[in-house]
Design a protein around this ligand. Sequence first.
Ligand SMILES: CSC[C@@H](O)[C@@H](O)C(=O)COP(=O)(O)O
Length: 369
Amino acid sequence: MKVNGTHYRSLWWDAEKAALQIIDQRWLPHDFRVQQVDTLEDYAEAIVEMRVRGAPLIGATAAYGMALAARLDPSTAHLDKAWAFLDKTRPTAINLRWALNRCRTHLLALPEDQRAEAALRLAHEIADEDVEINRSIGLNGLEIIRKIADGKTNGEPVRLLTHCNAGWLATVDWGTATSPIYQAHDAGIPIHVWVDETRPRNQGALTSWELGSHGVPHTYITDNAGGHLMQHGLVDMVIVGTDRTTRRGDVCNKIGTYLKALAARANNVPFYVALPSPTIDWTVTDGVSEIPIEERSAREVTHIQGVNDAGEIVQVQVTPRGTPGGNPAFDVTPNHLVTGLITERGVCAATPEGLDGLFPEQARIAERA
Ligand SMILES: CSC[C@@H](O)[C@@H](O)C(=O)COP(=O)(O)O
């Protein structure tokens, strides 16, 4: 998507420098900084510290990490080591393991002298596929927004609520939850987006930055405001992304998503989840008991980052010194609270039958495992 009129992806390959370039998201929305990733340690740090973040982007970054590993030393032992090193960076988003497994399986089947070139080609392929998948999610989600718009009178906007940043910054381009939003806006459908702040890392500020750059009307709200807005009939649809969706359609996403789903159900507001197929974990069924939830540093809760009047990016403490902070980074929304899953192949129910129907080949592989 565009930043000040220039089209960017959230990562790109610089062929001259033979290195990956990323947008260091820790400084957004206040400062747009591009960083080159040179070593495997840089790759791991970029993922752990959330310079790059969002399930699909973590996966694509890891694929480029495997390409670097293959260039440094294409032996099976080294690739296995790199796989394990990158795999332990973040535990919840399944796209990381999906991308690492795809790279490992592909490369180990090749002679060593072909692995470096093949690994880079595959990383490009994974990044390009992500863009195409998200574009298709957008077209499928657009139809849902269009139907809601058709029921409105006097050009009233469709009011959507989103949590976290499931935008182009969290993918390679388009975003998952934001893709239908961008497509609806571009199709001339009046929309307005309620953007949850998403404490503690305030990914809502990233979403606001994205939507603002694209001219999409939106309002940044506290995480606690959603229930009130739904109660007063001010939300037509909730749409979020996911870090891991189970075989039966349980959805793991940024902490606080579950509360929004509960509020949506209590107020008869449809709750949709936009997901690319690499985010489906066909090996797990019960999201609450089977998905590992990342516990991040307490400092992310006790402190908050922003820009001061002098234009400097600073962190300030919001709690009394010494107050312990707890920081579970994700939660699971059980499938019965989900109205529908918007995938690149279409929209389905959040049920085993719904997902199996759209992805029969994956379901068969899962059956055999
Ligand atoms: C298209 S992104 C979907 C999810 O990855 C997103 O909603 C999310 O929870 C991101 O978490 P983050 O901790 O910022 O990586």
